[in-house]
Each structure stands twice: as C-alpha cells, then as structure tokens.
Write a protein that binds this ligand. Structure first.
Ligand SMILES: C[S@@+](CC[C@H](N)C(=O)[O-])C[C@H]1O[C@@H](n2cnc3c(N)ncnc32)[C@H](O)[C@@H]1O
Length: 263
C-alpha cells in the first residue's frame, strides 16, 4: 500500500476510535477528496499530523465534521413528492385510522425536512396526533434546526399559504412558528452505528444514502425495515431508489415510497 494510502487508512481508524464515526461506510473516493482538500487548506502534510490537530482543537474537529456531513437542505425539497406524501401516503399509514402516528426524519440536517412534515400534518391532518423524531449525526446542524430560523432561499418551494401560516418574517429571516416546532423532537443519532426505535408509521431518509457504500445502504435498509410497523412507509430521496426492495420486506407504492409488507 502507498504511504499516503496507509496514512489515510490510519486516520480512518483513529477517527473511528475517537469519535465513533465509521468513515469506511462512506464512498471512499468522495470522502478522501473532501478530507484531503481540508487537510491541505489547513496546511498539514499528512493525515497523521491532521488527526493530532483535531484531537487538540475542537474547532478543527467541527470543521472536519462539517466536511463529512453535507448539510444542504430546503423546505418541501422535491415538492411533488411531498404532495404524494400528503395525498396518498399519510391517509393510508397504519396509525392514521387510530389518529396517532409515529414519524422519524432520520437525517434531518438543519430541520427543513421534519418541519415540512410538521406543516403538512398541522395543515391537512389537524385531528391526527403525530410524534416526529428528527435525528442527525451533526449536532451543529441540529442546533440550527432547533432554532428554526431560515433565509429565504430555503423556502423557495414552500407554498404561499404555508409560508404565511407557519413562518414569521423579520427582515430577511423567517422564523418557524412554535405550533410547528413543538411537534418535533431533535436528538443526535448515527444511522450507521446506533440502534433504532421501533413501530414507526413513517421513516424519512433522504439525500444521505447517496454518500454511503453499497454495504452501508444494505445494512441500513434492513434496520429501517425492522423499525417500521407492518404497512409503515419509508420515504427516500429522489435519486435513491432501492434496488430489489423485496429483499428488505418492502414494496414500492409510489416513486421513492416503500411500504413494509405485513407478514
Ligand atoms: C444533504 S443532508 C440531507 C438533509 C435532508 N434529509 C434533505 O433531504 O434535505 C445529509 C445529512 O445527513 C447527515 N448524515 C451524514 N451521515 C450520517 C449518519 N451516519 N447518521 C446520521 N446522519 C448522517 C448529515 O449530517 C447531513 O445533515
């Protein structure tokens, strides 16, 4: 193995031991490129020296985490999928007839995704009691999520009526209202390392699988399937179709929506 390759592999090992984050589950070429460019920008010639600096400096660690986790998000991302969720999926979730659903936005980043769900539920299903858990590996992103304050560019796809009902504008900033925030609970969770709760009606996992290796995706689909109730639904990102969903006990019910087959 090349010295530089060895240097990187050792970094991956030390990073896991120190932080619990397993970089081997992320597509290697992409991850290596992103970390190498940060290392060079910071003026380190090797990953060994870079790791020592990370251990000593929490700001440096935060920057590394920022490079690993790509936090781009927006409200109603791929709006037509949210319309399908509202019109076809939520009315048929197992808990909907019982007036109680358990939902999980599993890579929630800065909060746009769980708040979009909260807005849809509040607006169109006011009698439905909903718990929304929102998790991410990145605590800094979740700090922003909890604050619920956004620039206009995150709201491009928000329908006008929703914008008026659920945001308060102050200068250039948009504040999510408290009725929307209170449906959502934020918690740190690593999809690849942590165990999941069970009995979800709806799990949303969008625009994070693209960064994972095939092996990581395979493990994750198995975990999601186990975490769903029978007939519960997994909602994935618009480039993230599941190959052969049957192997996970899932069936396609619409583009990017998979229902757990009841045994
Ligand atoms: C591009 S954002 C997607 C945000 C939102 N789901 C959306 O589709 O707009 C990807 C998020 O995945 C998170 N992430 C990356 N690896 C993760 C992991 N192992 N466990 C949990 N979240 C992770 C990142 O921190 C980031 O916030």
């Amino acid at each position: 193995m090349l010295t530089s390759e060895l240097d990187y592999q050792q970094f991956v090992k030390s990073f896991k031991a120190r932080t619990g984050i397993d970089l081997t589950y992320y597509k290697e070429a992409q991850m290596k490129r992103r970390l190498t460019s940060l290392r060079e920008k910071k003026g380190f010639n090797s990953f060994k020296d870079f790791f020592q600096a990370i251990e000593l400096d929490s700001n440096m660690y935060a920057e590394v985490l920022d490079r690993i986790t790509i936090n781009v998000s927006e409200f109603y991302r791929n709006q037509n999928r949210w319309k399908v969720l509202e019109e076809k999926i939520i009315p048929n979730l197992p808990g909907t007839s019982l007036k109680k659903i358990k939902c999980w936005s599993s890579a929630c980043s800065t909060g746009e995704e769980p708040y979009t769900l909260s807005m849809i539920l509040h607006q169109s299903f006011p009698k439905l009691h909903a718990d929304i858990l929102a998790t991410d590996i990145d605590e800094n992103a979740m700090k922003k999520a909890k604050a619920g304050i956004y620039m206009e560019r995150s709201l491009k796809e928000v329908p006008e009526k929703t914008k008026i009902s659920y945001f308060k504008q102050d200068n250039q900033l948009f504040y999510v209202t408290s009725e929307i925030k209170k449906l959502v609970t934020f918690r740190k969770l690593d999809l690849l390392a942590d165990t999941f709760e069970k009995d979800y009606d709806l799990i949303i996992c969008r625009n994070v699988m693209i960064y994972f290796t095939e092996e990581a995706k395979h493990l994750l689909y198995q975990k999601f399937s186990r975490a769903l109730k029978p007939n519960g639904v997994l909602f994935v990102g618009s480039t993230e179709q599941i190959f052969n969903p049957k192997q996970y006990n899932l069936e396609t019910i619409d583009n990017f929506f998979y229902r757990k087959v009841s045994n």
